[in-house]
Design a protein around this ligand. Sequence first.
Ligand code: NAP
Length: 351
Amino acid sequence: MTEIDPDVPVLVTGGSGYVASWIVRYLLEDGRTVRATVRDPKKPKGLDHLHKLSDEHPGRLTLHAADLLDQGSFAAAMDGCQLVIHTASPFLMGKLDDPQEQLVRPALEGTRNVLTSVNQTESVRRVVLTSSIVAIYGDNIDMRGKTCFTDADWNTTSTDSHQEYSYSKTVAEKEAWAMCGAQDRWDLVTVHPGLVFGPSLTTSSASGTMTTIGHFTDGSMTLGAPALEMGVVDVRDVARTHIAAAFTPTARGRYIATSGTVSLLDMGKILRSAFGKRRSFPNRELPKALVKIGGPATGMTRKFVDRNVGWPLRFDNSRTREELGVEFIAPETTVVDHFQQMIDDGQVKPR
Ligand code: NAP
């Protein structure tokens, strides 16, 4: 049982990100005081939404400079906090020049740095870590022989040269559990979102979410989409899951946050029924052989296509619903709300 005093400031790492911004917003709306870390609190772009939240909740949101690769940089902001919500970690998709430096090192060393400061900060009682379903499974094909993935499963197939982002999340989470197990002052609860969609509070995020939704506007699926199933979730539910994981005294272990599984074609159909026909919304699935030929040019390796395209994917989120009381928004609503927000923000033409 871990009771968190609701009047003590909460630390949120990576506070400006797509997911974290909703966590910060809901914490403030719930009456909490929040310290959010960002790499550069003085940067002229990308923090407007946090400044606005700060104005709306006077005296309850402060920004603090911290970098995952800068040892000890989280310590000052953490001082006196009982709760640390650690979301900061790069989520980059597509072909990367140096996945080890761009993904694995910040995820792993960053988690180690944040938790080293937690070990040195006597006030901390609980850490909520944003992990991912990709720390639970590596490729869709890994579900062979099972009906679904549960929070007992671990990704055993990603490496530093295949599904590198998934690998970065897996090694970071493993490190977190190892560091938690080596002491008994603070406990660890991990949240495992599927691919997150839903309205963004910022237009500056470089999250893989934006890369994926961008494929529904950039014409890359005009001829059709790979038969790729994804576990998805609404960003607002991801934020609520973190907060429930933080303030539920009995919360423990790993919580899957998915509302369901949709394919790229399903998403195309949802978008078409809400926004009408557009060339950029796929209306058929491409044969796997064709995807395999074209894949490498778009950052999908042949191995990825082999092990993911055409394979079903399912998750068991029952413990999250039952123990944390989260009621997940349907994927249809999430996808429509996301696209509508892109129209409202002027990122996509209304017609
Ligand atoms: P995002 O908008 O790109 O946010 C990532 C955050 O990480 C940014 O706030 C960024 O901070 C911070 N960050 C990156 N490198 C950093 C570094 N070296 N030092 C300090 N901060 C650094 O992406 P997101 O989608 O919200 O992802 C947030 C978390 O959710 C990540 O842990 C991600 O793995 C996890 N997640 C995301 C999804 C999804 O579909 N989006 C699904 C499952 C899990 P700055 O603003 O200071 O650059």
